[in-house]
Design a protein around this ligand. Sequence first.
Ligand code: UDP
Length: 343
Amino acid sequence: MKILILGVNGFIGHHLTNRILADTDWSVYGMDLADDRLGKTLNNPRFHFIEGDIAINREWIEYHVKKCDVVMPLVAIATPKLYVEDPISVYNLDFEMNLNIVRHCVKYHKRVLFPSTSEVYGACADPEFKEDESFLVVGPIQKERWIYSCCKQLLDRVIYAYGTRGHLDFTLFRPFNWVGPRLDSLDVAKEGSSRVVTQFIAELLMGRPINLVDGGLQKRCFTYVDDGISALMKILENKDDACKHQIINIGNPYNEASVKELATLLKKIFMEHPEHKKDGAYSEIREVPSESYYGKGYQDIYTRKPSIEKARKLLGWEPKVGLEDSLRMTLYSFLEENKGAIC
Ligand code: UDP
């Protein structure tokens, strides 16, 4: 099988590529703006990388959609701070650019595995979000945070419509707060605009305060990347066509924690690390209002728990890595990779 991965150097892209090359005889064709997460993978003869931009290298993309069997368009802005700071860029990249790719898949009759998001459920009140039943609930237009959710939802609907009209073979997958090595760059976190786990790790490394937005009682379910990648591998295998035209949550409902619990746990893990045991002083954990942290356009999501019944049934998949292990492996890999970089 030949797989085209756009955004191959991203968090999901590079972990998936490594697993594909290690466990199968498939080939990966990948494009990204950079290659810093790919390391030795670049030397693998079954990996074909080009440095490029999906907004510019359109001919390369069209040619490779035609050439490959499965397409995974993983390029997107997926950081809440950017949803409120630059909603137009979120729309252009996450919706328009990706729609172009989806249309190529329609034109060349290719299977697409498209990353939807847990964010599409928005402020849904269900205790567990179900792919085929839950309502997708977003806030008013002035709350610009929701542009990401809306872009992804509309694209989900367009893909679904192409699929059910017989023009596209698709699977939509919805990651729920995946964490793991190389989640986000620490440079971005230094500026204070990263996703929560990387942000807290960066604060701990720099000895800056950890900010609990609006008290930190909001909850997320954190999924270890290796578990998530195992689910994606099963979707790629697509035994008996089980995933055709399906929407599948990929998350770990057992790893639920409030942002406050997350901060406390990460701080504990950091303090246990051999190189930081004797630091003496550690980041304080403090509360900040969302308006001063994110700006007026922000609105939060208080609970976000996946139902994984469909993933269990269709993929025979179950997440295995618990919360503390997931955070420990994530934090320690950041420490390993950034030795001496921040003090
Ligand atoms: N958050 C926080 N402090 C930070 C960064 C994020 O309290 O320094 C909160 C944020 O308000 C949200 C949760 O952590 O409730 C998860 O944020 P993330 O950026 O990871 O994305 P989300 O899960 O909302 O898509």
